[in-house]
Design a protein. Structure first.
Length: 262
């Protein structure tokens, strides 16, 4: 019998299935591993935009979370849209309670269409308590600017060193900065740990602004490769190749942006 790795996905539900928990599950399965999932919130969402979001009852959410962790004992955890501080606190409690490992957090704060999922108080909670228990965070440019309270126009040495200093101050273990939204011909991703900085580059394949779900796919793939036993740097290389291929083969299913189809 094959030794299947188990990835627990904690994220929101997108009815278009172009992002969120359904896409995460498809990514994990396409990489040959098993995905279990716990939904944080429901959204009214299409390939064009996010219209509204409804957070799951925090007590019911935590009940689901505990039972599934006790049953499957995940090898890694992908955390996407949390939706509220109450949900985030429940996740934090159980990361600590069950000593979960390989925690990948995609800190979803605002949709590409502009819908805000996180207010100032929630962001401060993430920075003061939540992010420091994660193995790695995978923010996009806008999210990184909020978390590190600085403009990120490029991935120059001064900017990366400043981010590294802020990571150490906050207590963030590792951060992957994704370069798809940064100007230039290269889509350069940067892995920053508390002591090292690694760059992985590839040619850009169009604009990721016109593709739905790239951040979700990236973080769920990252969690899957960690579950497989790759180190952080090799996980980034594998994830970048995988997501680049998904972007290259993205499809049109609705009136809005393209979607990934793992």
């Amino acid at each position: 019998m094959k030794n299947v790795r188990k990835v627990l996905v904690i994220a929101g539900f997108d009815p278009s299935c172009g992002a969120g928990i359904v896409l995460d599950t498809k990514v994990v399965r396409s990489l040959g591993e098993f995905a279990a999932s716990v939904i944080t919130c429901l959204t009214v969402q299409t390939t064009e935009r996010v219209y509204d979001a409804l957070t799951i009852d925090p007590d019911f959410f935590e009940y689901q979370l505990q039972k599934i962790i006790e049953d499957i004992e995940p090898d890694s955890v992908k955390i996407g849209l949390l939706g509220s501080e109450e949900i985030a606190r429940a996740v934090l409690r159980n990361i600590r309670r069950y000593n979960l490992k390989n925690i990948v957090c995609d800190p979803v704060l605002k949709s590409t269409s502009g819908f805000e999922f996180g207010k100032d108080k929630f962001v401060e909670f993430l920075k003061s308590e939540f992010l420091k228990v994660c193995s790695v965070i995978t923010p996009n440019k806008t999210e990184a600017e909020v978390i590190f309270d600085m403009k990120i126009e490029n991935f120059g040495e001064d900017i990366l060193n400043s981010i590294q200093q802020k990571m150490n101050k906050i207590g963030i273990k590792s951060c992957v900065l994704k370069g798809g939204h940064v100007d230039g011909h290269l889509a350069e991703d940067v892995l920053i740990t508390q002591t090292e900085i690694y760059r992985v580059s590839a040619g850009k394949i169009g604009s990721t602004d016109n593709i739905h779900g790239t951040g979700c796919a990236f973080s769920s793939a990252f969690a899957t490769f960690l579950a497989k036993g790759y180190n952080m740097y090799d996980t980034l290389k594998q994830t970048k190749d995988f997501v680049s291929n998904l972007i290259h083969n993205s499809i049109k299913i609705g009136k809005g942006r393209l979607v990934l189809n793992p």
